[in-house]
Write a protein that binds this ligand. Sequence first.
Ligand code: PHE
Length: 354
Amino acid sequence: MSSLDFEALKTEFIQKLSQLTKEADVLNLKADYLGKSGIITELLKKMKDLSPEDRKTVGPKANELKDIVNLEVQKKIDLLEVEAINQKLAENRIDISYTENLKVNSNSHGGYHPRTLVQQEIEDIFLSMGFDVLDGPHIENEFTNFEALNIPGDHPARDMQDTFWFHDEKSPVGKKHLLRTHTSTIQVRGMLSRKPPFKFIAPGVVFRCERTDASHEMVFTQLEGMMVDENISVSHLIYFMKTILKEIFKRDVEVRLRPGFFPFVEPGFELDIRCLICEGKGCSVCKHIGWVELLPCGMVHPNVLKAGGIDPEKYNGFAFGLGLDRLVMMKYGIDDIRHLQSADLRFNTQFKTY
Ligand code: PHE
């Protein structure tokens, strides 16, 4: 076989390849040349019948052609892939200059999330009573989330709040980072940044590493409140709590106070409200007891005041941590806390208010 024949073979192959548009056809063509009984394979098989002279010229030529086929086939497959991607991109392209695409249904417009609605309402009520509204970071240190709140490292109360920790083992004690487990962190920040007398609320999301169910979420919202002055008593606390609940529900709600333990308050209470979903008959939200834990509260512990730079001999105060999501559920009759975080439009669009 002469060099010319090889050139012809190569030209024929390139020409055939250029006409193909499917990967499967390309692979078939490859088999025609390099398969078990492919043209080049056959050629190589016949090498043994050639004279040593011819073998010297034909061998390298056949191998060269084999390499060319392999290379060209790979190049063609890559090209077909790129073309397929480009075609997909072209098909999915949205021409934003084309006004048809800009037309929106004039009846569909956004609204507030029910949580935002309730939060705004509560903020307004507290603002009208002279409270400030504070904010704070989600990533906190151990000092602000625990130690300043009278929960030292070995305190069993840390187990009450399953915590998402950051891996910064080298941090010194009190400086380790975590996702705040409660908005009580803002009590600390609030105390350190002002002088008494003061009163403020602090709404925000908090994080707990716990199993979710109809009444528990890993990410949920609380609304913290704190009032510090001279001669504050439990009756101030009860007055503010009753007023706020009455304003929110626009009716008298049945409440009960139970003793509750939180290291940062003394005495501490749990304020429950009669379940408004089932009217106290028992449902998944109230865990079939007819009451919903809504508002842990109490008189600020002297150690907490001290950590906040406040003289506990002169001042005292109350604090509460309202479970905002639970309140939203009670107000709107939502029977599963997970709906709030679901971003499901069928849920969200029920609360439009303008
Ligand atoms: N921070 C407490 C919690 O999340 C709630 C609380 C706040 C209790 C203020 C008492 C006073 O569990």
